[in-house]
Every structure is written in structure tokens, then in C-alpha cells.
Design a protein around this ligand. Structure first.
Ligand code: E4P
Length: 215
């Protein structure tokens, strides 16, 4: 299972990379805005930090504009993946990107049918947003299971990228379901390292060691 980090903060990417947790990066317009830096500069900087795919989202909502914008993004670095929102114009753009050999990540996917259409259009990755479904009282991970099943039934090579992750439990369930990728905020990656018995065990070992080595 591949782990992407869901951030536009260079320091978080560096820290996660030091720990071996970064196979790629996803950004979105909100994360870029939060970084406070110009869009293209942030993407270029991130692409230097990681060898894997870096998703950069188009802002336009019209197919031709999306295509033009995505082609500019793809020129920034060889590992840029153009992130396209799920909509009819987006699907036109995805088909064109595919024909040009440009990789895409279809984002803001909230139903299995949207995921099926994205795969038909030729998306490289599709991002089901699980946390935002949970937020409105709909079990987000159920959609992931359905999408994986549908893609297997018809041998689609579109990768399932679990997004809008809120907790380690999302990652555990995604891994059990066989999702290809999860994009995870750094804070959730850190939460995944913890277990109270690990922390208790470390403390006990240290206490015993210090007692035995007292003069
Ligand atoms: C994924 O590519 C998105 O950037 C992200 O996972 C959105 O998550 P949010 O619902 O926490 O904003």
C-alpha cells in the first residue's frame, strides 16, 4: 500500500520522508492557500523533495481551460499528476490528458458511480473522500470497498487513492480492503505510531535500566 502525504507544507513532507512514509504527495487549493506561497513555486518545491507522484489541482471548471492549465502544471516537474474535480468537463479533460500521456487524479469523488465514470474516462487515480462523507453521517469506507470491487470486476487499472482521511482507523480499513493508496495528513501518520502499551513498555524498560545502572 502506498502512502501519500496530504499537505503543502515542505517541513511536514521532509519529516514524513525521513521516516519512510512518503510515496507521493497530494495538495489541493485549500492546502496551497494555507501554505501562503505562490501555487507553482510550492509544487516545484514539493516535486524536488519526493520522487513519487505530486498531485496539483486545476482551478478552472471548463474542459479546455482545465486542459490548458493542467498542461502547464505537468511542465513544472516530471512527477506532477494533474488533479481534476469530478464533473462532466473534468471527464473531458481527463480523457485528453490520458491521450497526451499526462497522469490524472480525479478528486472530490463521493459515490461509486463517479469513480466508475472517472475510470472509464482514463483517470490514473481516483480519490474517494471518506472523511467528508463520514461528516454527513454516511459511512465513507463503504464507498471505497464498492469502488475496489467494481474496478476488480472489470480490470480497470485506475488506482484507488483514499482521501479525506481523518484517523488511523480509516487507514487500517483501507489497507484491509486493499486500497492502492491513502493520502494522509502528517498528524494522522504520527497518531498511527502510538499505542499506550508501547509507551508504557518504553518507560518501564528505561526505568528498569536506570535502576540497575545506578551507582
Ligand atoms: C485529497 O487529495 C484532499 O486533498 C484531501 O484528502 C481532502 O481532505 P479534507 O476533507 O480533510 O479537506
Amino acid at each position: 500500500m502506498k502512502f501519500f502525504i496530504d499537505t503543502a507544507e515542505i517541513e511536514e513532507i521532509r519529516q514524513a520522508n525521513l521516516r519512510g512514509w512518503v510515496d507521493g504527495v497530494t495538495t489541493n487549493p485549500s492546502l496551497i492557500a494555507k501554505s501562503g506561497k505562490p501555487f507553482h513555486d510550492v509544487i516545484k518545491e514539493i516535486c524536488k523533495e519526493v520522487a513519487g507522484p505530486v498531485s496539483a489541482e486545476v482551478i478552472s471548471l471548463q474542459a479546455e481551460e482545465m486542459f490548458r492549465e493542467g498542461k502547464e502544471l505537468a511542465k513544472l516537474a516530471s512527477n506532477v499528476v494533474v488533479k481534476v474535480p469530478m464533473c462532466e468537463d473534468g471527464m473531458i479533460a481527463v480523457k485528453k490528458f490520458k491521450a497526451e500521456g499526462i497522469k490524472t487524479n480525479v478528486t472530490l469523488v463521493f459515490s461509486p458511480m463517479q469513480a466508475l465514470l472517472a475510470a472509464k474516462a482514463g483517470a490514473t487515480m481516483v480519490s474517494p473522500f471518506v472523511g467528508r462523507l463520514d461528516d454527513i453521517g454516511v459511512e465513507g469506507m463503504t464507498m471505497v470497498d464498492q469502488v475496489i470491487q467494481m474496478y476488480q470486476n472489470y480490470d480497470f487499472d485506475t488506482e484507488v487513492l483514499v482521501a479525506s482521511v481523518r484517523s488511523p482507523m480509516h487507514i487500517q480499513i483501507a489497507a484491509e480492503m486493499g486500497a492502492d493508496i491513502a493520502t494522509i495528513p502528517f498528524k494522522v501518520m504520527q497518531q498511527m505510531t502510538h499505542h499506550p502499551l508501547t509507551e508504557k513498555g518504553i518507560k518501564q524498560f528505561m526505568d528498569d535500566w536506570n535502576k540497575a545502572n545506578k551507582k
